[in-house]
Ligand binder design. Structure first.
Ligand code: HPA
Length: 236
């Protein structure tokens, strides 16, 4: 038990999918897992464990933003012994080649936030995905004919940037593909604790063209992403 989690030790699998939204965690568990059991209910930040392709897998919501994700990830690793953490979410596209519905595999996550500034002093740490997870996710996406892009993403602190798209110009000038709000903390904490992490995000909206995913496409894309991520989790 922790202040944010009433699961018992052993309730989580070694591999956990991490959506931001608690209802997406519930949907993944109830739609795709066999024998899904709810393991966390604190703050309605729902967590579940079941099996997929015969392998134990968990799914735990993280809430939005790096400080919230960091609470759940620290506790999953330190209290529950989780080893592999796969964020599943949506992101805003920042590059014309990456279209709405495409999958972004975050190789690295630049950071608007300051949570880890003091840890690194004068250095700038480059939060990086685990290569074995990234390679496997790309292979699975190819098998499923899902268009994917691997590259740098940025974890923003403000969904509503006061400067709008201009805020991202220094990043797009350096090839950053998309913005979301959690991956940098996930990669940094996983690196510190010798765990594997990857962020897999569907582009829900393109900040450059203004394109947005519609309701039907959103459901199909989320289904594709959930299945791919669960196959990845079951293959570890
Ligand atoms: N900004 C941050 N996170 C997001 C966005 C966005 O525009 N779209 C989906 N997740």
């Amino acid at each position: 038990m922790t202040p944010h989690n009433n699961a018992k030790f052993g309730d989580y699998a070694e591999t956990v999918l991490l959506p931001g939204d608690p209802l997406r965690a519930k949907w993944v568990a109830e739609t795709f897992l066999e024998d899904a059991k709810q393991v966390n209910s604190v703050r309605n930040c729902l967590g579940y464990t079941g099996t997929f392709n015969g392998k134990r897998v968990s799914v735990q919501a993280t809430g939005m933003g790096q400080p919230s994700l960091a609470i759940y990830v620290n506790e999953l690793i330190d209290t529950y012994g989780v080893k592999n953490l796969i964020r599943i979410g949506t992101c805003g596209g920042l590059n014309k080649k990456a279209k709405v519905r495409d999958l972004i595999l975050g190789m690295s996550a630049s950071n608007e936030g300051n949570m880890f500034k003091e840890v690194f002093g004068k250095f700038t740490f480059a939060p990086t995905a685990d290569f074995s997870l990234l390679r496997k996710a790309a292979d699975l996406a190819d098998e499923k004919n899902i268009t994917w892009h691997a590259g740098g993403i940025v974890s923003g602190d403000s969904f509503y940037q006061p400067l709008g798209l201009d805020a991202y110009k220094p990043l797009t000038a350096h090839g950053i593909l998309a913005v979301e709000m959690e991956a940098a903390a996930l990669y940094t904490i996983a690196a510190h604790k010798n765990c594997k992490a990857l962020a897999i995000c569907t582009i829900s909206d393109c900040l450059i063209t203004g394109d947005e995913i519609d309701a039907d496409q959103r459901q199909t894309s989320l289904t594709d992403m959930a299945q791919l991520s669960l196959e990845l989790a079951a293959s570890i």
